[in-house]
Design a protein around this ligand. Structure first.
Ligand SMILES: [Zn+2]
Length: 889
């Protein structure tokens, strides 16, 4: 899954005093609530939706393998009424079926002991069609062209919502074949994991029967139906289709081509060809925010799949490619081979994130994805680099190991966080660069071949990689996946060409953190020479024969998941060598310097001193790192007396780059110039650059008369800046445009801009939209945290949310429930708000949100402390640099 949750996630600290690697996969040892005596092998399910009442009825027959004698059958069901049950063709009394709502279990008590062997149960049931993306859900949307309001259906089951659609063994280890039949209106197209086997007209419409899937986990089922169009192509032996609502399928052309390219790459990489006869890429106009890797039928939020060459931005295009590459990687890693239990979710998500980025970078090196990793400006405008996001969270007291204990369904939903996705990805990248690309790929091939159509634990992956690399992978990995946090390596020059390296735990806002140690796959280079590797296994390590006058850089290309803190002499040598460093190494130095400032290991002068020494460049990853830091500081200083002086300085740092990039695209400029231009306009606009603001207003005016006059790449930035400083008339104009368009991407551009209005009266008007059905439910509710961040008025957003909480939470999906309230507090920077969140959570939120609350409390406390420290250091720095800044500006 690639949910675009705006705001980060779960945490609890577990201190592992005695780490031991987990054992390889075995069914009996796999955690979970369901007993392992009975396993399903084949489901045959028939569903009849009622589109007027948003309910459905269903029947199913499940073939079971009973492994040892049982007196009852225990499976999952949620918000379903079970009306009839039979065992081996004999009806069970009505009282035999009991639903335990709290544990989401259905228990069938049997009249007598059931002997080991093959058995069959049949169930009749009914359920509801949800408004939010949970189980079977409906989406209302405006049809392209006609503008008519239409309804369609979709499903979202990961992590634990297949049980809302049909009673099932809804834990990933219970793989089975699923054969779905559904009844839909005659003019609808119905899609599921497998191709349609037969279709017939019946009284209620048409009955569509899909072929049975190979053995797979229940959460990978999919059913989508509506008035849909499609385009198709073949990639080797696979039929690839892009499916969208009527009138939009042609916008899937780019996705179709990208999918064909990506499929071939993975067929080769994994060494096992894509195993299903078809792969559908399905665009949904609502329901959920990200994408979901249902086997053979991947669902995407529309703007993550459809690309309109006339109106979509370069950012959108890159995002589409990356999301597809991530989801298609899951067809093998996640679907063909599945983690046994949610404590190994990182295997799915860390791997798909790493593989997707690797594949994207392979075909599109110009996008600098390893450095930028396009979670566009959507989730948070803080540090945009994936590795950096994970490291920020992992440095705090609220972090957790990649592999975490998962006991309940709510915890499974909370597991989709930055640590799971991004630290996982980052660790795999470090491991790949340490073992070598070919050795690593051979290990993955061995793993897939050995475990296809089965489940695994992390140990199975390490075993495969150890066998191909002949290196103790499990021993290296254990510190990174089973304990929280990561190290900083301190670099100190000694006499005689010796360099002393010392490791310790790196933390931010975390006093008395338990000390931990890692086996670090280090890389280092004397600038201008070939890099070398070293497995650092102890607390200290000495490098010999490093010339005293040559710069030494650790963590080559920033591929490692650790920080480096240089002593003054080696740092000065590095600053002198900056022009000789590549962009990856410069971004790595910037990221580490900023992290050291946050950790109170250095003053802000370390960071700005480095920024000022950088050679002039328009390399996007480097400039965006700086933009993100300036944006973070600007947000932290909101309404403080230092803000104006800081903005003046910040503009002086960004202006020279903007002068080079300019407003208008230049012939032959790199593909990323458009992204950089947009980032600079939006950043300078926020920093109160009068010329940029005037330029945006002028372009907006022209756009109103002639939309083609404004390049799609610039639209989000221009709308945002215009609305940031908007009066009511301008706000209303943008709102009207948002109401009118049927393009999800354009709609999002307009509403995102509305969230940036700073006039309190307009802030309230924007918030009120969250309660209407102008936006798909997931986007409507996310408008509130977005306003909290972008308006500079988190207090108005929180007051609004508190008064309307019930209506808002009714629209939030399973994955988002625990995060929603905490996400509204993330942008406060005063301690009393941290206490307010704690108090509110205690009396209003479920215990499942406790980790998320702790995380945001920590964030608010950090911001409060950091703000005080930053103001002091910033004043000193700006007093010495404002003259220079004026000269530059
Ligand atoms: Zn995923």
């Amino acid at each position: 899954m690639r949910a675009l949750f705006p705001f980060l996630a779960v945490l609890y600290s577990v201190i592992l005093s005695n780490m031991s690697a987990e054992p390889p996969f075995s069914l009996n040892e796999t955690p979970g609530k369901l007993p392992k005596e009975v396993v399903p092998t084949e489901y045959s399910i028939r569903i009849v939706p009622n589109i007027d009442k948003f309910t459905f009825t269903g029947t199913e027959t499940v073939k079971l393998e009973v492994r040892s004698p049982v007196h009852q059958l225990v499976l999952n069901a949620l918000e379903l009424d079970v009306t009839e049950a039979t065992l081996d063709g004999k009806p069970l009394p009505k009282s035999a079926a009991k639903i335990d709502k709290e544990n989401e279990l259905l228990t069938l008590t049997l009249p007598s002991e059931l002997a080991p062997g093959d058995h069959t149960i049949s169930l009749s049931f009914s359920g509801k069609i949800n408004q939010q993306g949970q189980g079977l859900f409906y989406m209302r949307y405006q049809e392209h062209g006609s503008g008519a309001t239409k309804v369609m259906l979709g499903t979202q089951f990961e992590a634990t919502d297949a049980r809302r659609f049909f009673p099932c063994w809804d834990e990933p280890v219970f793989r089975a074949r699923f054969q779905l039949t559904a009844v839909v209106p005659e003019n609808w197209l119905a899609v599921s994991n497998m191709p349609i086997e037969s279709e017939k007209k019946i009284a209620e419409g048409k009955e569509v029967r899909f072929a049975a899937t190979p053995p797979m986990s229940s959460y990978l089922n999919v059913f989508v139906a509506g008035e849909l169009d499609l385009i198709e192509a073949r990639s080797v032996s696979t039929q690839v289709r892009v499916i969208a609502t009527k009138g939009k399928a042609e916008l899937g052309r780019y996705a179709l081509e990208a999918t064909a390219q990506i499929l071939q790459y993975y067929n080769d990489y994994f060494g096992v060809p894509y195993p299903l006869p078809k792969l559908d890429q399905i665009a949904l106009p609502g329901g959920f925010g990200g994408a979901m890797e249902n086997w053979g039928g991947i669902t995407y939020y529309e703007s993550a799949l459809l690309f309109d060459p006339k109106n979509s931005s370069a950012e959108t295009k890159q995002n589409i490619y990356e999301v597809i590459a991530h989801e298609v990687a899951h067809m093998w890693f996640g679907d063909l081979v599945t983690m046994a239990w949610w404590d190994n979710l990182w295997l799915n998500e860390g791997f798909a994130s790493w593989m997707g980025t690797k594949c994207t970078a392979h075909f599109n090196p110009q996008w600098e994805v390893w450095l930028r990793r396009n979670l566009p400006r959507d989730p948070t405008r803080r540090i945009g680099i994936a590795k950096e996001q994970a490291m920020e969270g992992d440095a705090r007291s609220t972090t957790h190991p990649i592999q975490q204990h998962i006991a309940t369904e709510a915890e499974a939903n909370s597991a989709f966080d930055d640590i799971t996705y991004k630290k996982g990805q980052s660790f795999l990248r470090m491991l790949e660069s340490f073992l070598g690309e070919d050795v690593f790929r051979n290990g993955i091939r061995r793993y897939i071949a050995a475990h296809k159509y089965s489940n695994t634990s992390t140990a199975d992956l390490w075993n495969a990689l150890s066998e191909t690399s002949k290196k103790p992978v499990a021993e290296i990995a254990v510190g990174w996946t089973e304990q929280p946090g990561f190290p900083v390596v301190k670099v100190k020059r000694e006499t005689g060409g010796r360099v002393r390296l010392t490791q310790e735990r790196f933390t931010v806002n975390f006093k008395n953190a338990p000390p931990l140690q890692w086996k670090i796959p280090l890389t280092y280079a004397i600038i201008g020479e070939a890099p070398a590797t070293l497995l650092m296994t102890g607390k200290t390590e000495i490098l010999e024969n490093i010339p005293a006058d040559r710069a030494l850089k650790l963590n080559v290309m920033g591929a490692g998941n650790y920080r480096v803190e240089y002593d003054e002499p080696p740092w000065i040598l590095l600053l002198q060598a900056l022009p000789k460093l590549g962009v990856e190494d410069r971004v790595n130095l910037l990221s580490d310097a900023w992290a050291l400032v946050q950790a109170d290991r250095a003053s802000i002068s370390l960071y700005f001193g480095l920024v000022e020494k950088l050679p002039a460049s328009t390399e996007i990853a480097e400039r965006e790192q700086i933009i993100n830091v300036l944006d973070f500081i600007n947000g932290l200083l909101a309404a403080s007396p230092e803000q104006e002086k800081f903005q003046h300085y910040a503009r002086s740092l960004l202006r020279p780059t903007f002068e080079r990039v300019g407003w208008e695209p230049k012939q032959g400029e790199p593909a990323t110039a458009a992204n950089l231009r947009a980032s600079l306009i939006s950043a300078l606009g926020d920093l109160n650059d009068l010329e940029i603001i005037a330029g945006c207003r002028e372009r907006f005016k022209k756009y109103l008369a002639n939309p083609a006059s404004l390049a799609p790449d610039l639209r989000p930035a221009v709308f945002t800046v215009v609305c940031h400083y908007a009066d009511e008339k301008t706000w209303t104009r943008l709102h009207q445009l948002g109401l009118k368009t049927t393009s999800i991407e354009e709609k999002q551009n307009y509403y995102n801009a509305l969230a940036c209005a700073t006039d309190p009266k307009l802030v309230k008007k924007t918030l009120a939209i969250a309660l209407t059905d102008q936006l798909p439910t997931s986007r409507a509710t996310q408008l509130v945290p977005r306003v909290a961040r972008d308006s500079g008025h988190p207090e108005i957003a929180w007051d609004f949310a508190r008064s309307n909480m019930k209506a808002l939470l009714a629209k939030v999906d399973a994955a988002g429930t625990n995060r929603y309230v905490p996400s509204l507090f993330t942008f406060f920077s005063d301690e009393p708000r941290a206490n307010e969140l704690k108090a509110y959570a205690k009396s209003n939120l479920s215990p499942a949100s406790v980790t998320e609350v702790a995380k945001v409390v920590d964030e608010v406390q950090f911001r409060s402390e950091f703000k005080k420290r930053l103001v002091t250091h910033l004043n000193i720095w700006l007093d010495h640099h404002s003259d220079a800044a004026s000269a530059r500006e």
